[in-house]
Design a protein around this ligand. Structure first.
Ligand code: MN
Length: 158
C-alpha cells in the first residue's frame, strides 16, 4: 500500500508555446506516482472519452457509474480529486457531494461538479453543497484540466 505524503512535487515542461504540467506525489521510498482521479459518470461515452484523456495526461483514473458506487469508491480508493457528474442514477451528484463533505474522512477531497446545464442556479448549488469547483458539459478538456491542476496544487500548498 502506498502512503502519500501530504505534498506534491510538480514540474513544468515548456513545449512550443504551451506549458505542460505534470503533477506527481512523492511517496516513501523516493518514487513518484501520479494523482488518482475518481470519475463518477453514468454516460458511457463521456466516461470513455474523459478517462482516456485523463490517462493520457498520466493520471491514474478510477471510475464509478452511479452515485452510490461513487460514494463507496471515494472511501475505498482515497482519490486525490473527484470529477462528479450531477445527474446520476441511484443517488445524484449533489447528494454524494453532501455526504462526502459532511464526513471527516472524505471532506478534504476536492470535488469538481460537472453538469449538462450552464445554469446559474446549478453553479450556485454546486458551491452550496460543498463542491470546490464547477464545470459544464460537454467538457472542454483544456479548461477542465486547469481546474484539476489548480485544485491539486492548492492541496499541495495547504
Ligand atoms: Mn449523468
Amino acid at each position: 500500500m502506498i502512503v502519500r505524503r501530504p505534498h506534491l512535487s510538480n514540474n513544468f515542461m515548456v513545449k512550443g508555446n504551451s506549458i505542460h504540467w505534470t503533477i506527481e506525489f512523492a511517496v516513501p521510498g523516493g518514487g513518484l506516482i501520479m494523482p488518482k482521479i475518481l470519475l463518477i459518470e453514468d454516460n458511457e461515452m463521456n466516461m470513455d472519452m474523459l478517462s482516456r484523456r485523463l490517462e493520457r495526461k498520466g493520471y491514474c483514473v478510477v471510475t464509478a457509474h452511479d452515485g452510490e458506487e461513487g460514494h463507496l469508491m471515494a472511501h475505498s480508493e482515497s482519490p486525490d480529486i473527484i470529477l462528479m457528474d450531477i445527474s446520476l442514477p441511484v443517488m445524484d451528484g449533489w447528494e454524494v457531494t453532501r455526504l462526502l463533505k459532511a464526513n471527516e474522512a472524505t471532506r478534504h477531497i476536492p470535488i469538481i461538479a460537472l453538469t449538462a446545464h450552464a445554469l446559474v442556479t446549478d453553479r450556485a448549488k454546486a458551491f452550496e453543497v460543498g463542491c470546490d469547483d464547477y464545470d459544464t458539459k460537454p467538457v472542454e478538456f483544456g479548461r477542465l484540466s486547469e481546474k484539476i491542476e489548480n485544485l491539486l496544487l492548492v492541496r499541495k500548498s495547504s
